[in-house]
Write a protein that binds this ligand. Structure first.
Ligand code: CO
Length: 178
């Protein structure tokens, strides 16, 4: 397994719409293993493939706060099939925006479908933190960022912070080198 570089905003791959996975092969399994390792190394609760420069519809999530690894979900071709309950506002971060946390409004509960690493169907209805993380990560696969959900003012501040800290474009972050 390997820890992958994480693409930082405003890397253009973060705006790409990822492609449906059709091959459930060793390459996909390696990507899933590496994504989980990278998510844990970065101390994140979720990671989408385009954040590690792959444009496949793949996410890994783990909403557990303690006992990391205990609630790992590998979701291939995830789709949210229903938004349920009311809207809730919670503080969100993103591994492509280190150290930026902003209040974001999401649906309280969702139903989603996906496939596991072998192509078998997964259907889950959930609320709480998992529901929020899955909404955030599925957005990534469609080129949508949490930044897009903020007010113009907050967007401007976050963009300036990223530019000041990292400068340039198409940057990535190598864990362990900061
Ligand atoms: Co993110």
């Amino acid at each position: 397994m390997a820890i992958l570089d994480i693409m930082l905003y405003p890397h253009t791959i973060l705006r790409e719409r990822c492609r449906e996975v059709t091959q459930f092969d060793r390459e996909l399994h390696r990507l899933l293993d590496d994504m989980a390792e990278t998510m844990y190394a970065a101390n994140g609760a979720g990671l989408a493939a385009n954040q590690v420069a792959s444009t496949q519809r793949v996410i890994v999530v783990d909403p557990s706060r303690e006992d990391r690894g205990s609630e790992l979900l590998e979701l291939v071709n995830p789709t949210i099939t229903a938004f349920l309950g009311g809207r809730v506002v919670g503080e969100e971060g993103c591994l492509s925006f280190p150290d930026i946390y902003e209040p974001v409004e999401r649906y309280e509960a969702i139903r989603f479908e996906a496939q596991d690493r072998h192509g078998a169907p997964i259907r889950i209805e959930t609320d709480g933190f998992l529901a929020i993380v899955v909404q955030h990560e599925v957005d990534h696969l469609n080129g949508v960022l949490f930044l897009d959900k903020l007010s113009r003012l907050r967007q401007g501040l976050a963009k300036r912070k990223m530019k000041k800290r990292y400068g340039g474009t198409d940057l990535h972050r190598r864990l362990g080198e900061e």
